[in-house]
Design a protein around this ligand. Structure first.
Ligand code: SF4
Length: 63
């Protein structure tokens, strides 16, 4: 799995980091960045949850 954050959509709310802190981290610019590429299988469920809960639908997943 790979996951991506669209910086044009991300508002920096931190929801994704709260759900999957090993995968997403808010950068100094206030935008979430992906820090695991590819995403190891143990984080797939949390990554899917983060994508589902992102209020801006900024997270995409490539299975
Ligand atoms: Fe950005 Fe969505 Fe993560 Fe919020 S949940 S920081 S809007 S990618």
């Amino acid at each position: 799995m790979r996951t991506f954050v669209d910086p044009e959509k991300c508002l920096g709310c931190g929801v994704c980091e709260g759900i999957a802190p090993d995968v997403f981290v808010l950068g100094a610019d206030g935008i979430a960045a992906v820090q695991l590429d590819p995403v190891p299988e143990q984080y797939w469920e949390d990554t899917r949850q983060a994508a589902a809960d992102c209020p801006e639908e900024a997270i995409t997943i490539e299975e």
